[in-house]
Ligand binder design. Structure first.
Ligand SMILES: Nc1ncnc2c1ncn2[C@@H]1O[C@H](COP(=O)(O)OP(=O)(O)OP(=O)(O)O)[C@@H](O)[C@H]1O
Length: 371
């Protein structure tokens, strides 16, 4: 199926998220939509999937203009979308997930789960997804949950599949597996719109590339373009992808996290005994696939989330248990009474114990903002 977007404009108040965008997706091609965060990629795809109504512009399928009042219309027209955040019900089985919103019924109005199970098995075998129709979604790794989302779209006969930053949540191995799946879908005649800002993946899998910047198409590129060329098109200036910095000469360790453990509202451990130290003048990177505790780690350090165990010290001062306003060196020195009232109003959701540092002396002047 050939898909054309002509002059799509979408505004959010004064902000023009999509500015007269033209895009053509050919049948059975993998088309990468490349752009920085906030460039307008998701907005454009949400217009295509019927989640947003465009202020201006047309959507044409095989030359015929179509109007989608919602995702149901888009699905019926053969457009499927796998969102950045999956739309699965954790306690459902794979077959139930695929059937949701598209329920087959047998005589007497009973749900026809057997047909859904067969459909999952058939699609899974055809594309090598390795899905068990009876597996429960919450027991599956993220990469497999993503395949469930893809099967949901394929079960509704999607001819165009939109994958919105699908590799953000995947490990490198899972990413390679997804790239293989994308190639197989393409060989079977499905067109794929692949939204990303990862240049290596674009070059590995895309047949054509459209680059969006600040809501407008700024160019198209061949997959043979270099990563530098693509990056320049994306950000609008020359970029250096090489390492262009002097060797660091870190000073003494000043910020130390030891054995930090965080549990979520259901008492699952989301940060498990994490320790690291950062020296003065050093940049420490925390790398990980999205959803593996980075957010909770940061929030626990800042005092936005309570931690179950461990310590967080800056210049030897224990910060664990401090409210965010009190963790800041700038706030050191205010009265303990203020600390308690600020915290209880802003973080009433969380049970809190207060660290002794919050309620004692201010630090030496050199502590402020030095790490
Ligand atoms: N519902 C909304 N209301 C107001 N502004 C929005 C809304 N959705 C998106 N925006 C704004 O529109 C612009 C484009 O956002 P969009 O999410 O489409 O970008 P993107 O390229 O998909 O970025 P990302 O990779 O971060 O998802 C951004 O400035 C964003 O803040």
């Amino acid at each position: 199926m050939k898909l054309e977007l002509q002059g799509i404009t979408k505004r959010f108040g004064p902000l023009v998220a999509n500015d007269s965008i033209d895009l053509v997706i050919e049948p059975a091609e993998i088309h990468a939509l490349l752009g920085e965060n906030g460039a307008g990629k998701s907005t454009l795809m949400n217009v295509l999937f019927g989640l947003y109504t465009a202020d201006e512009g047309k959507i044409l399928l095989d030359g015929e203009e179509r109007t989608f009042r919602g995702p149901r219309d888009a699905l019926a027209a053969g457009i499927g979308m796998v969102h950045q955040h999956f739309m699965l019900v954790p306690v459902f089985t794979v077959a139930e997930s695929v059937m949701l919103g598209h329920e087959d019924v047998r005589g007497g109005g009973l749900l026809d789960l057997e047909t859904a199970r067969r459909r999952v098995k058939e699609l899974s075998d055809r594309f090598g997804f390795g899905l068990d129709p009876d597996a429960v979604v919450e027991d599956l790794p993220v990469g497999v949950q993503q395949r469930v989302e893809i099967v949901k779209a394929l079960a509704r006969e999607a001819k165009v599949l939109i994958l919105d930053e699908p590799t953000a949540v995947l490990t490198p191995q899972e990413t390679d597996d997804l790239i293989e799946i994308m190639r197989q879908l393409k060989d079977a005649g499905t067109s794929i719109v692949f939204i990303t800002h990862k240049l290596r993946e674009v070059k590995a899998v895309a047949d054509s590339i459209t680059v969006i910047r600040r809501g407008a198409v700024v160019g198209t590129a061949e997959p043979s373009a270099s990563e530098n060329e693509l990056a320049e098109l994306m950000v609008g200036r020359a970029v250096s992808l090489g390492l262009d910095k002097a060797v660091a000469e870190p000073g003494e360790e000043t910020f130390v996290v030891e054995g930090l453990t965080v549990r979520d509202a259901t008492d699952q451990t989301v940060v498990d005994d994490v320790s690291f130290a950062v020296a003065r003048g050093e940049i420490l990177a925390v790398a990980g696939v999205q959803g593996n505790g980075q957010t909770e780690l940061t929030e626990a350090i800042l005092g936005v989330l309570p931690s179950a165990a461990g310590s967080v010290t800056l210049e030897g001062r224990e910060l664990r248990g401090c409210a965010p306003t009190r963790c800041s060196p700038r706030a050191w020195g205010s009265s303990p009474r203020t600390a308690r009232s600020t915290a209880s109003s802003s973080t009433s959701r969380w049970r809190r114990t207060w660290c002794s540092t919050c309620t004692t002396r201010s630090p030496s002047p050199k502590a402020s903002g030095s790490t």
